[in-house]
Design a protein around this ligand. Sequence first.
Ligand code: UD1
Length: 417
Amino acid sequence: MQKLEVLGAAKLKGNVNISGSKNASLPILAATILSNKKIFLKNLPKVKDIETMINLLKSMGSQIKSDKKNLIINNYKQNKNFASYNLVKTMRAGILVLGPLLAKFGRAKVSLPGGCAIGTRPVDIHLKALSKLGVKYKISQGYVHAIAPKGLIGSKIHFPKISVGATENLIIAASLAKGTTFLSNCAIEPEIKDLVNFLLKMGCKLKWVSKRSLKIEGVNYLEEASYTIMFDRIEAGTYLIAAAVTEGNLKIKNVNPTLIKTEIDILKKIGAKIKVKRNEIHIIGCKKIKSINLKTAPWPGLATDLQAQMMVLLCKANKKSIIQENIFENRFMHVAELNRMGAKILINGNKAIIDGNTEFAAAELMATDLRASVSLVLAALTTKGKSLINRIYHLDRGYENIEKKLQKIGAKIRRVN
Ligand code: UD1
């Protein structure tokens, strides 16, 4: 099994080109199921989760090929409405095909998802909301068996809790439902806005009627569409933190800085110097990192997907900091490994209390989930020795060419068997 070897003490310097967003690409790929017309997608990241979603679509009959710039999807021969456990087990976003399959075929059998070990991650909100569109479902042997006897019918749905995935599933499903759907208490992450923009390009009729409410008029005709996926704001945030924690000097390119403003403001507060241009963020890390208390929250709050990386940074702060995790109940899997490297982090419920002034020591480490894995890479980059990170398949799910991008900016990192 592949590992990452990191030789520490790197001050990262140079330019980083940010890839397309994994979390925007996944629902957009699922939404292509709605259409029988050709779809051209640009800027998909080359990461494992996207490969898995493409294989899932192919397993249902989609024809998918790529030219130099585009992934070209043709679903007119798609004839299966079954998403197998084998394809969905590694990736929670597999559940996102449920809404579009029901919209297209009126029935679907989709495996309950796997994904990161960061909590129980149920799909009850997806299922209850779909039942309001006329879906009947039962769960048996790890699969959701769902049917819409009269097709999907527009309805009013108020999400009991903000959920990115449930909002996406419902937006996609309602786009082909009969009549009008009103969704309220929606997640409004930039990736959701990207999905809405893609659906508009295909000819769907969606309109934001207030900050968290969307009106969707079902359509029965879709057009050929071409769309460029937004940048990956979590990848961008990770490299910003990498610069801050290594006293580096990086230009983060191909980004829209307004979509990562919360994280930029936090990094400024802890002492990093940041200059923002239209498509670029220039960050210079500082010697003394100031402590700060943080809370994860739905957009526009601090992204939970950057919590582990922020924690590495705060381990090196001048005083004690607290991070409160408000999205997932078990997202502190990285803490045990960081403590093995010399951090002093105590967990109390959903709070991590982080003593500052840590000099991380190199170690052999175990990656546990996607973002936890990258936090170990960040910590390893600050040490004076050689770290080996196991189970890096977690990293490959979401970071394109991570070791190559890091090598290019001066990190001593390589993939070993
Ligand atoms: C998405 C992102 C993930 C990010 C998360 C929160 C993708 C592919 N993944 O995950 O990277 O960390 O948003 O920004 O885009 N919940 C329920 N029942 C449900 C659905 C969710 O209880 O039916 C709970 C979850 O357990 C969690 C919270 O709601 O505690 C938020 O989860 P959600 O926003 O749905 O996250 P995902 O869409 O899975």
